[in-house]
Every structure is written in structure tokens, then in C-alpha cells.
Design a protein around this ligand. Structure first.
Ligand SMILES: NC(=O)C1=CN([C@@H]2O[C@H](COP(=O)(O)OP(=O)(O)OC[C@H]3O[C@@H](n4cnc5c(N)ncnc54)[C@H](OP(=O)(O)O)[C@@H]3O)[C@@H](O)[C@H]2O)C=CC1
Ligand SMILES: Nc1nc(=O)c2c([nH]1)NC[C@@H]1CN(c3ccc(C(=O)N[C@@H](CCC(=O)O)C(=O)O)cc3)C=[N+]21
Ligand SMILES: [Mg+2]
Length: 286
């Protein structure tokens, strides 16, 4: 029997907990605020921005979306980030990726106040994640949301073989760090990996984040494995699909996330959770 992981249901649970914290903060006169900055138009980003703005408003957050033209200069973007860094009504700043090529993405990441870094991309926060630093700091929302899914479904990474396909700053690398901190034995694969499919078959926990539709099929999965599909791809008919061929994979996997309705809703819920945490921590002076 295969369990289909219900990302929407778990996201709802996370959102209910977030709403409780929002109510507490409001009693103390704090409304958590998030600013999302988008430069240019990227179709995948548009889905994300629409979904998170809707959820932020529903949860009673102060939500600002700043759409900038694709021709925006690095200096202009840095100056806008500076404004939000010193704006007390904003607790989380998210600069949507990808950015146009005239903008140096690492430099933008570095400009965000680490205490307002709601994506957890600032080197200070990435460093804390990697060193399993004690205390409170933001962690990338997609991998963090995946850890919540694993916990909800009773999948303990400790001692398991985990394979993460993809090594981006946004998903693959922080995912590997979180699984390592949770005592899994982790292998990171990427486009230069040899014999990817044989490696995938060694995984008790397989996380796929490549952007390649249906890269992984049932034949590449260890029977009973937990399969987490991060991909948000289009098939030949323009339908939203994942990096995993769900139809063949679901016969082999023990647990599997669908696309849509798996990791995506958790990313949004975790982003809201992180925003509210940042507001709470700043209120406590932490
Ligand atoms: N559901 C959600 O909440 C989210 C979904 N996404 C989706 O997840 C996917 C990945 O996103 P992101 O990490 O930002 O993507 P990136 O393009 O930044 O990274 C993709 C990674 O996959 C690797 N890769 C590409 N092709 C192959 C291949 N054929 N075999 C093995 N590895 C390969 C790349 O290798 P190399 O490093 O060698 O180039 C790279 O490390 C996308 O579909 C994106 O839309 C992203 C964020 C959140
Ligand atoms: N700085 C930055 N941080 C990000 O976290 C970030 C980013 N830039 N750029 C783009 C990617 C992509 N991403 C998604 C998150 C959720 C859904 C999502 O809500 N998916 C739902 C709905 C899909 C639908 O509505 O069709 C689902 O999978 O069920 C999609 C995409 C975050 N990203
Ligand atoms: Mg999904």
C-alpha cells in the first residue's frame, strides 16, 4: 500500500498554528509583515506570488508585493531592500528568484538583514544551518516544509539513506543539510552525477528538485521508499507535473508527494510560519 502525502492537509495544520501566533502578536500590537520583491516576469514565480499573497492576507499578515520592471538596476534594487531593512512594519523580505542577469544575485542576498531573511538564503543563516547552530534563525522554506511533512507522516531520517537530486541554494543544499542534521546519511546528486538512476535506487528517502519533468520513474525507486517531488514542471500538454513520474512511482514508493498538492502548499505555509516567527523574535529582541 502506498501512502500519498497530503501536502494541503498538513499545510492547513501549519496555517492554523500560524493564525494562533498572529492573534497573540496582534494582542501585543504587532502585525507580522512580509515584503515580496519581483523583478521582471517569470511564470513559475507568478504562481508562487499569487498563492503566497492570498495566504498572507487570509492569515492577517501585512503583505506588500513590489513588482519591478525587468530593466531594474542593481543599485535600485539594493536601495529598495535598504528601505525594507529599516521599515519596522516589515519582518520578512523575499526577493523572488530568478533575477535578471544585470543583477548580481549573491550581492542581493547579502544586502538583506539576516533577521529579515525570510528565505533563509543569507550566508549568516545558511552558515547557521550548516553548523546546526543552536537558537533561532530562518531556514529555507521548501526544505523546512519537507521536514515537517516527513515528521507528520512518521518518517524519521535517522540512520536512513537519503538522496537529494539537485544542489541549488533554494532547495537541494539546505535539504541535504537538514537531513544531515536529522542524522540521515545523505548523498547530493546533480547534472554531473554518473549513474543517477542506480544512485536513486539506494535511497530510503529520495528528494527530487531538478526542474526536469518525469526525470525519475518507478524503475529508479527502492520499493517502499519515501519519495518527495519538489519539481514544478510542464509536460508536453502544458500540464503542471513534477520531476517524478507519479503514475509509475506510486506503485513502488511507500510514501509519495503529488504535484500539485504536495511540497508546494507546504512551501507557502512554511513561508508564513517563518514570517510570523521573524516578527515574534524581533518583538522579543532576539
Ligand atoms: N514546490 C516548491 O515549493 C518549489 C518548487 N521548485 C521547483 O523545483 C525545481 C528545482 O528548483 P531549483 O532547485 O530552484 O532549480 P535549479 O535550476 O536552481 O537547480 C536544479 C538542480 O538540478 C540539477 N539537475 C538538472 N538537471 C539534472 C539532471 N538531468 N540530472 C540530475 N540533476 C539535474 C542541477 O544540476 P547542476 O547544479 O549541475 O546544474 C541543479 O543542481 C524546479 O522545478 C522549481 O520550479 C523550486 C522551489 C520551490
Ligand atoms: N526567493 C524565492 N523563494 C522561493 O521559495 C521561490 C522563488 N524565489 N522562486 C520560485 C520558486 C517556486 N516556488 C513555489 C512555491 C510554491 C508553489 C505552490 O504553491 N505550488 C502549489 C500550487 C500549484 C498551482 O497553483 O498550480 C502546489 O504545488 O500544489 C509553487 C512554486 C517558490 N520559489
Ligand atoms: Mg506540490
Amino acid at each position: 500500500m502506498t501512502t500519498i502525502i497530503d501536502g494541503k492537509a498538513v499545510a492547513k495544520k501549519v496555517n492554523e498554528a500560524t493564525a494562533t501566533v498572529v492573534a497573540e502578536l496582534k494582542q501585543q500590537g504587532v502585525q507580522p509583515g512580509i515584503a515580496v520583491i519581483i523583478v521582471g516576469e517569470d511564470p513559475a514565480s507568478q504562481i508562487y506570488v499569487r498563492n503566497k499573497n492570498r495566504k498572507a492576507t487570509k492569515l492577517g499578515l501585512h503583505s506588500v508585493v513590489r513588482q519591478l520592471p525587468a530593466t531594474t538596476t542593481q543599485a535600485e534594487l539594493l536601495s529598495i531592500i535598504d528601505d525594507y531593512n529599516s521599515d519596522d512594519s516589515i519582518h520578512g523580505i523575499l526577493v523572488q528568484s530568478p533575477l535578471p542577469k544585470q543583477i548580481n544575485e549573491p550581492l542581493i542576498t547579502l544586502a538583506i538583514d539576516p533577521k529579515k531573511d525570510v528565505d533563509g538564503f543569507h550566508p549568516t543563516n545558511v552558515g547557521k544551518l550548516l553548523t546546526n547552530f543552536p537558537g533561532k534563525y530562518p531556514v529555507a522554506n521548501t526544505p523546512r516544509g519537507i521536514m515537517t511533512l516527513l515528521a507528520e507522516y512518521g518518517v524519521d531520517p535517522a540512520g536512513k539513506q537519503a538522496v537529494v537530486i539537485g544542489r541549488s541554494t533554494i532547495v537541494g543544499k539546505p535539504m541535504a543539510a537538514l537531513l544531515t542534521n536529522a542524522n540521515a546519511t545523505v548523498t547530493i546528486a546533480h547534472s554531473r552525477t554518473q549513474d543517477l538512476k542506480a544512485l536513486a535506487r539506494t535511497a530510503d528517502i529520495l528528494v527530487v528538485a531538478t526542474g526536469i519533468a518525469h526525470l525519475i520513474t518507478g524503475a529508479d525507486i527502492k520499493p517502499g521508499a519515501t519519495v518527495i517531488d519538489v519539481g514544478m514542471d510542464r509536460d508536453e500538454n502544458g500540464k503542471l507535473v513534477g520531476d517524478v513520474d507519479f503514475d509509475s512511482a506510486q506503485d513502488v514508493a511507500g510514501l509519495i508527494t503529488p504535484v500539485p498538492g504536495g511540497v508546494g502548499p507546504m512551501t507557502i505555509a512554511t513561508l508564513m510560519q517563518t514570517t510570523v516567527e521573524l516578527a515574534k523574535w524581533s518583538d522579543l529582541g532576539e
